[in-house]
Design a protein around this ligand. Structure first.
Ligand code: PNS
Length: 173
């Protein structure tokens, strides 16, 4: 679907790792808005996480390269600063659950109070609403299957970190 507007949006996240739910939100945003900046957020004073920042950026780029109007960049500091630097019209967030809404609503109000930028919510695909980076990290760490939860480049990167998954749970003890 061609984007129906020339508006630009910022989709901020840690993307550690980028998963199928993220890809769904970027895809929806690219259908709705002319330009989507996927902002890989990081705190330079507290480097942490599973996947190095540069690799998170590269992986998100590879996973979204088929989408037009999408670019991926790393930003330090606040999401509102990234939004101002990028000159976007809105921040975009995906909502999986009512719990997400509560957290995101507080963040949206806070962000709007700081620079005036508003947040647009996109509902995640129902069949992907359970996917979370935290659980993917945990499953991958213990050798469980995550290839149905993440795009292929991310599955390969996690296999590089933890080794290949040991397969599904059926038949194992
Ligand atoms: O993928 P995540 O971890 O759910 O993303 C959370 C993220 C990065 C979007 C959020 O923590 C964020 O916006 N961080 C940047 C720092 C910031 O702007 N803090 C103020 C939030 S009101």
């Amino acid at each position: 679907m061609a984007p129906s507007s020339a508006l630009s949006v910022l989709y901020p996240g840690s993307f550690d790792p980028f998963h199928n739910g993220h890809l769904d939100v970027v895809t929806q945003a690219a259908e709705l808005f002319g330009n989507v900046v996927v902002a890989v957020m990081h705190n330079p004073d507290k480097p942490s996480g599973l996947i190095a920042l540069a690799d998170r950026v590269q992986l998100a780029r590879r996973c979204t390269e088929h989408l037009s109007g999408v670019r991926v960049e790393a930003f330090p500091g606040l999401a509102v600063q990234a939004a101002t630097t990028s000159g976007v019209d809105f921040i975009v967030k995906g909502l999986r659950t009512p719990g997400d809404f509560e957290v995101e609503q507080q963040m949206a109000h806070t962000n709007r109070s700081v620079t005036g930028i508003r947040t647009v919510y996109l509902p995640c695909r129902a069949d992907q609403a359970f996917i979370s980076s935290r659980f993917i990290r945990e499953i991958a760490q213990y050798g469980g299957r995550i290839d149905h939860l993440v795009p292929a480049p991310v599955a390969a990167a996690l296999a590089g970190i933890f080794g290949k998954p040991s397969g599904g749970s059926e038949g194992t003890s």
